[in-house]
Design a protein around this ligand. Structure first.
Ligand SMILES: Nc1ncnc2c1ncn2[C@@H]1O[C@H](COP(=O)(O)OP(=O)(O)OP(=O)(O)O)[C@@H](O)[C@H]1O
Ligand SMILES: [Mg+2]
Length: 309
């Protein structure tokens, strides 16, 4: 306005500010990315630094040689310094048979499973697989031997097929479909927008509870392990689907060590042995008919569920 600046100089000045500003805005973006990368790196490195609290043993156990006999010998276990969940717990789970656990919530059924898989270490006593202490076994071999349908199912952000094949990464598409059929999951998967290639969302949130359970069953079936553990595996599916899954499972669990945990007693009534748990102890065990005959806790549970007075 004072006429002291020539038009040319003025234009250069304006362009200069632009030249300066654009890189500056980019700088903010770069800084943001840098921070994110640092946060992620920290998390990954922290994870890598986490000391392994469950050391692996040395004894290798080829999957083909596993019979699947499990035994708890005087096991005492507590999560933290509170009351023990299991106290001097002893139990034999024979190979090739189905052993069922029932009992009140919090009685320690899932804890048994976690101990077999060595998610936690027992404080006293030992657990053996085919006569070998599981702490001496190679951890990978131990876990490879067991197929688990856990009470809280974890699905990964990926496709249905990837989630079923998790743990059996070299499975072919036909095998995946076959496992899904056994788990009564094929029909609903086929109806999903992209079938087996549908993304299930973070933790499988785009699926219903019963659908997630069936994918988890398919995953365990595909793994074809010597030991199968079903912890409330069909609790979220309707009765008709449950009966269908049960029929397929009856075939699969034949001659395979199976541990079945259920609140709905109808699903486990054909087990070779039913153990009734209460506060970390087995208070009754036997065949369904024997337990009904015995007229104890199981019999009263059965009466409640079947509606017989
Ligand atoms: N991670 C944990 N930390 C501390 N305590 C735990 C943990 N998991 C389970 N517990 C406790 O251990 C006890 C047994 O739990 P567990 O999960 O084995 O019961 P459950 O028989 O499987 O019950 P449900 O039928 O409800 O599944 C409960 O009292 C529970 O509070
Ligand atoms: Mg449980």
């Amino acid at each position: 306005m004072a006429g002291r600046l020539s038009v040319g100089t003025y234009s250069v000045l304006v362009f200069l500010t632009q030249r300066l500003l654009w890189p500056l805005t980019r700088l903010g973006d770069t800084l943001d990315r840098y921070q994110r990368a640092m946060a992620s790196t920290n998390r990954v490195l922290n994870l890598l630094d986490t000391p392994i609290s469950i050391p692996t043993g040395d004894i290798r156990l080829p999957i083909s040689s596993i019979k699947g006999a499990l035994q708890f010998k005087n096991v005492t276990f507590y999560y933290d310094e509170r009351v023990p969940v299991l106290r001097y717990f002893s139990l034999k789970i024979p190979a090739g048979k189905t052993t069922a656990f029932v009992g009140a919530t919090g009685s320690g059924k899932s804890t048994l499973v976690k101990l077999i898989l060595r998610f936690y270490e027992v404080q006293y006593g030992q657990i053996t697989l085919d006569g070998i202490d599981i702490t001496q076994l190679n951890l990978r071999d131990l876990r490879r031997a067991i197929g688990l349908v856990s009470q809280d199912i974890f699905l990964f952000h990926g496709t249905v097929a990837e989630n079923i094949a998790y743990g059996s990464f070299d499975a072919t598409d036909e095998e995946i479909v076959k496992a899904a059929k056994i788990a009564e999951a094929h029909e609903f998967i086929a109806q999903l927008p992209s079938g087996y290639q549908t993304i299930v969302g973070e933790r499988g949130q785009k699926l219903s509870g019963g659908q997630r359970q069936r994918i988890a069953i398919a995953r365990a079936v595909l793994k074809n392990p010597p030991i199968l553990i079903l912890d409330e595996a069909t609790s979220a599916v309707d009765n008709e689907t449950e009966a269908a899954i049960q029929r397929s499972l009856d075939r699969i669990t034949k001659n395979r060590t199976t541990i079945a945990i259920a609140h709905r007693l109808s699903t486990i009534r054909n087990a070779d042995c039913i153990c009734v748990m209460e506060e970390g102890r087995v208070i009754e065990s036997g065949l369904h008919e024997q337990l009904i005959e015995h007229n104890g806790v199981y019999a009263s549970l059965w009466r409640v569920q079947s509606g017989i007075k």
